[in-house]
Design a protein around this ligand. Structure first.
Ligand code: SF4
Length: 402
């Protein structure tokens, strides 16, 4: 069989909902013509979501500390313990930020932070229960396997106990942060002190088993090979296979994003191109037959690429994230207000809808008459770009989007 015939067959099988192997995914990624690849992914996406709806969520990423002992080379956010620019936020400040988020219509908070040497399970129990008690309507979709491993180590408890306790304290689901690149070689190159990719997968699998669903991410563009990108997908699918076999929930969404090169120790590395990103998006839709959602990271790639991704398998544009510091610190500059995000979806030919964490539609904007009227909702404001790191009750500025 010729390579082109082989590619056609794989694309057809993928478009029909069949399972493709990692080797086949790699062949598609490197050799499939762009348009048929995107079209096959689009077929899958349109069959799964025939209503033509593309979702977004309003949430806030709240960082409780930038102090971290893990020192990932790509990270522009963290400061080592005792560094003069290190900060931690008291619970009152986090609750104040939650209040602002609720006022602006957020339904979810992503509490993320560094691996503070003193933060064990008890810290997260107090944090999550305080947020839940004050704002029961906010879904806590937060942290990742790295934080869970860190807190279990600090407190000297098992992973199972750590997950069970933070779930009881209010954690609703786990954000897939910390996945970066899961295969060993690229992971060691960019995050030598972080847990292995296998360990990341084990924690996710255990959390799923204990009833805590999650999302999975991927940071591409720090020097990994094409084969390593596909290996990352395979590792995630293996975890999903365990959940599928067990009959419980696993990953709700896959969210690849491109590495941002400013202010970190990897400066100068090549970023993933937009074309590489879009091809990865399309292959992901075909490869992850049982992970229902695929999110475009327009924060790192820009709005136009986000729109193109909607035609290559993506059904969700993620968040109007009222605050984001981690990726912004590394140079992500794309911002939008709610109206622009809705227009981005509509002008790409889809129907915008606000969703909740479980991807249920809260408001479908069938026509412009259904659009929200609150002009204050602006995304990706970075509080640590301000002197003082947003410490001390600084209010969320309601700025105009670029
Ligand atoms: S990516 Fe996370 S774990 Fe790594 S240095 Fe930054 S804050 Fe720490």
């Amino acid at each position: 069989m010729t390579v082109s015939r082989e590619i056609d067959d794989i694309l057809q099988r993928g478009a029909d909902g069949g399972r493709i192997t990692p080797e086949e995914a790699l062949l598609l990624y490197t050799d499939a013509p762009l348009h048929p690849l995107g079209e096959a992914a689009d077929v899958v996406r349109r069959r799964r979501y025939p209503d033509g709806i593309v979702t977004y969520i309003i949430d806030r990423n709240i960082n409780y500390t930038n102090v971290c002992v893990t020192a990932c080379k790509f990270c522009a956010f963290y400061r080592a313990p005792k560094h003069r620019e290190g900060w931690t936020h008291p619970t009152e400040e986090i609750l104040r930020r939650c209040a602002e988020a609720v006022d602006l219509g957020a339904t979810q908070v992503m509490l993320q932070g560094g691996h503070h040497p003193d933060y064990g399970v008890e810290y997260y129990e107090e944090l999550f229960s305080s947020v839940k008690q004050a704002y029961p309507q906010l879904v806590i979709h937060s942290i990742g396997p790295s934080e869970i491993l860190h807190m279990a180590k600090v407190s000297g408890v098992s992973l199972e106990e750590a997950i069970t306790r933070i779930k009881a304290a209010g954690l609703d689901s786990i954000a897939g942060a910390g996945a970066e690149m899961l295969p060993e070689r690229p992971r060691k190159a960019i995050a030598p002190l972080k847990e292995s990719g296998e360990r990341w997968c084990e924690v996710m699998a255990l959390a799923h088993k204990l009833g805590v669903e999650s999302t999975a991410t991927m940071m591409m563009g720090t020097g990994e090979t094409n084969a390593e990108r596909i290996e990352h997908l395979r590792m995630i699918r293996d975890v999903q296979d365990q959940a599928d076999a067990g009959g419980y929930g696993g990953f709700r969404s896959f969210i690849p994003w491109t590495y941002q090169p400013e202010n970190n120790h990897l400066k100068g590395r090549t970023q993933a191109t937009n074309l590489e990103y879009l091809r990865l998006i399309a292959v992901s839709r075909l490869f992850f037959a049982t992970i229902p959602h695929l999110q475009a990271s327009w924060l790192t790639t820009g709005k136009e690429v986000g729109q193109l991704a909607l035609h290559m398998g993506v059904d969700d544009l993620g968040s109007i994230m009222l605050e984001e510091n981690v990726i912004s610190s590394a140079g992500a500059r794309h911002r939008s207000n709610l109206h622009q995000l809705i227009e981005m979806i509509r002008s790409a030919g889809f129907v915008p809808a606000q969703r909740d964490t479980l991807y249920r539609h809260l408001r479908v904007h069938w026509t412009p008459a259904d659009d929200p009227t609150d002009d204050r909702v602006v995304s990706h404001f970075s509080s640590i770009a301000l002197p003082g790191g947003g410490v001390g009750g600084r209010r969320l500025p309601l700025v105009e989007a670029n």
